[in-house]
Design a protein around this ligand. Structure first.
Ligand SMILES: Nc1ncnc2c1ncn2[C@@H]1O[C@H](COP(=O)(O)OP(=O)(O)OP(=O)(O)O)[C@@H](O)[C@H]1O
Ligand SMILES: [Mg+2]
Length: 248
């Protein structure tokens, strides 16, 4: 797999409202963030604070009402259809509920997002490499139901990496897992970042997960209320030092 440095992400004055009946609800409210290439950022905050919506806006799954998202030198919020589709293919998504296709093997689940593209043989080779990288070598022919939750999430991570994304957006990727398995999934994400260069934006409710990220951004009612550098110029492996700064 090719190493990159990961994407830089900038949001400026990002807004997203939802209309429910006559009510207007501001899910993301004037969010401006600069995210360094290669960093792993935890997005925290209570349920309904806008974490998922912010990830969807950055991944261009949803459209902002105002404000901009810029990834590397591409202003995502002004892209039109074809360019937008290309952008989405360059972003990796991982969700809390793995969203694997139950009738497809592990290998085919990983290949599925790129199937319409040409070069199927190469896709299978890459998918096998990725399954190896996430610790699932030998399970290519299993069906999702034959895997544990942690293993299914590993498949979902391999699938997200098929397009060699510079940016990985993960919405509570450990939310359905016990703390040990969740910790292992975070180990995997940090390792993939170190080896292949990727920026990771990860929504989480778990202190133990957030504490191991490089930075913590907290949302409340759609606004950024806290933005902590957890590396603090220290050895990035010093998670004890980071955890002691953190109060979730
Ligand atoms: N499609 C939608 N239609 C209407 N309201 C929505 C929609 N999506 C999100 N919202 C509202 O926007 C707000 C932010 O929701 P969001 O899902 O981003 O929060 P969250 O921080 O991810 O919460 P959780 O921790 O529960 O996943 C909530 O009040 C939610 O009800
Ligand atoms: Mg959410």
């Amino acid at each position: 797999m090719e190493a990159t440095t990961g994407s830089t992400v900038r949001t400026v004055g990002l807004n997203r409202q939802f209309r429910t009946g006559t009510e207007k609800l501001t899910a993301v409210d004037d969010v401006s963030l600069e995210i360094t290439a290669g960093s792993v950022v935890a997005l925290t905050g209570p349920s309904g604070s806008g974490k998922s919506t912010l990830l969807h806006l950055i991944g261009a799954i949803e459209q902002a009402d105002s404000g901009t998202v810029t990834v590397d030198d591409v202003e995502v919020t002004s892209l039109r259809r074809a360019a937008l589709a290309r952008y989405r293919q360059r972003v990796g998504f991982v969700f809390q509920r793995y969203h694997l296709l139950p009738a497809l093997t592990v290998l085919d689940n990983v290949i599925a997002p790129v199937l319409p593209r040409r070069g199927r043989t190469d896709h299978a080779t890459r998918a096998r490499e990725l399954l190896d990288a996430v610790g699932l070598a030998g399970r290519e022919r299993a069906l999702p139901a034959q895997l544990s939750g942690g293993q299914q999430q590993r498949v979902a991570i391999a699938r997200a990496l098929m397009g060699a994304p510079g940016l990985l957006l993960a919405d509570e990727p450990t939310g359905n897992l016990d703390s040990t398995t969740g910790g292992q999934i975070l180990d995997l994400l940090l390792d993939l970042r170190d080896r292949h260069g990727m920026t990771i934006l990860l929504a989480t409710h778990e202190q133990a997960i957030a504490a191991r990220c490089d930075r913590l951004v907290r949302l409340a009612d759609g606004r950024v209320t806290e933005d902590l550098d957890l590396t603090d110029g220290e050895d990035p492996a010093d998670t004890y030092g980071r955890a002691t700064q953190l109060r979730l």
